[in-house]
Design a protein around this ligand. Structure first.
Ligand SMILES: *Cc1c(COP(=O)(O)O)cnc(C)c1O
Length: 377
């Protein structure tokens, strides 16, 4: 077998969606004329309304980034003590708990969806537990019904880190319709982005009201500050980029859908390579395409493949790696022990995020699949 030819230019796992520059410039001209750069200006109002509709959210509040949004959600819902979360996520997830002086309690994950295993939550609940912070990993919805059931039985709040789940729906219902609050990230690496940015979607008008105070220093009016808030405001330039990008998002989704289908067609049935397929009632975010490599069957480890692909100018990512429970700041926690997290400990060795963005062609994906096959032993 001849070895596949490397790409001329490096292929990374993503490239940010960018609108035609004149479209963005036209919005900047509006901002320049208005002289209004932040604090809920016209672009902010337009984007907030547009996203509320796109995401089928009951209420939505824009933020300067997803992490501050998540920190604010914990404040708004008065979480304290201990919160149950997943170790298989981006560092921001447990860190927002730490920044609220809350102890993260790591719960093992489901071997198929790789999301928090709802059946294992109950045994971790103590008198200090106030909430559950779950992540829709790679945009795959959590078992929202089972999580809500355990939360209701113990009077816990539910926050979702929906950073990967832009536009995800279950049976036509927006993903943020589940739980008390959902965070979306609009970082440049995300499907929809504002360079840096984020949002909280909530299901109660009063909560949105409180969140809007919290993200603006708790300022009610010129003379009254009603709570200890933070600066979480999205500015007009971020919002303008978001409005321009919104015009491209459906096209980007369509392109990525085709690429994911191409990956599926090329990799289906390949011994030792697997990937999670969403059921038909779920609308995909096409945020990532992640494979799992079973070293025993593939003959090579995930780490070997990750390194080998670099020789072809393909830069996959070990996403997520390592487990958050292995960070030096958390590994002393009782819940961080590998014996509590057997599934996550295995999954974290197997996952590899492959390149996925609209500018790739189906031929590119075909080549990447060939490169992957050439790694097998
Ligand atoms: C991107 C991301 C975040 C952080 O969002 P920022 O907008 O970059 O602050 C949090 N959680 C997950 C799972 C993410 O992927």
């Amino acid at each position: 077998m001849t070895s596949p030819q490397p790409f001329d230019k490096p292929i990374y796992i993503t490239r940010p969606l960018l609108p035609e520059l004149p479209e963005f410039v036209a919005k900047l001209e509006e901002i320049w004329k208005s002289g209004w750069l932040s604090n809920g200006g016209k672009m902010h109002q337009q984007l907030e309304a547009a996203l509320q509709e796109q995401l089928k959210a009951n209420h939505l509040s824009l933020f300067n980034n997803g992490t501050i949004a998540l920190i604010t959600a914990c404040q708004a819902l008065h979480l304290s003590g201990e919160v149950i979360t997943t170790p298989f996520t981006f560092p921001a997830t447990p860190h927002v708990l730490a920044w609220n002086d809350i102890t993260p309690v790591f719960c093992d994950i489901d071997p198929v969806t790789m999301n928090l295993d709802a059946a294992k939550i109950e045994s971790l609940i103590t008198s200090k537990t106030t909430g559950i912070l779950a992540v829709h990993v790679y945009g795959t919805p959590c078992d929202v019904a089972a999580i809500q059931d355990v939360a209701d039985r113990y009077g816990l709040k539910v926050i979702y880190d929906a950073a990967h789940a832009f536009g995800v729906e279950i049976d036509g219902k927006g993903i943020s319709g589940f739980g008390d609050a959902s965070m979306f990230s609009f970082h440049a690496t995300k499907l929809f982005h504002t360079a840096e940015g984020g949002a909280l979607a909530v299901n109660e008008a009063n909560l949105k009201h409180r969140i809007d105070f919290l993200k603006n220093f708790g300022i009610k009016n010129e003379e009254e500050v009603v709570m200890p808030g933070i600066n979480g405001k999205m500015n007009e330039i971020q919002a303008a980029l978001g409005l321009a990008n919104l015009n491209y998002i459906e096209r980007e989704r369509e392109k990525r859908k085709l690429l994911v289908e191409t990956y599926h067609a090329c990799l289906d049935g390949m011994p030792g390579i697997s990937f999670h397929k969403l059921s038909n009632n779920i609308r995909n975010s096409y945020q990532y395409f992640v494979i799992r490599i079973d070293e025993g069957r593939f003959g090579r480890s995930r780490d070997f493949v990750h390194e080998k692909l670099k020789e072809f100018n393909v830069f996959s990512r070990k996403y997520f790696y390592p487990l958050c429970s292995n960070y030096s700041c958390y590994r002393q926690l009782p819940s961080a022990q590998a014996s509590n997290l057997p599934v996550a400990t295995q999954v974290v060795k197997e996952c590899l995020a492959m390149p996925l963005y609209g500018e790739l062609s189906t031929q590119d994906v075909g080549r990447i699949a060939e490169m992957l096959k050439s790694c097998a032993r």
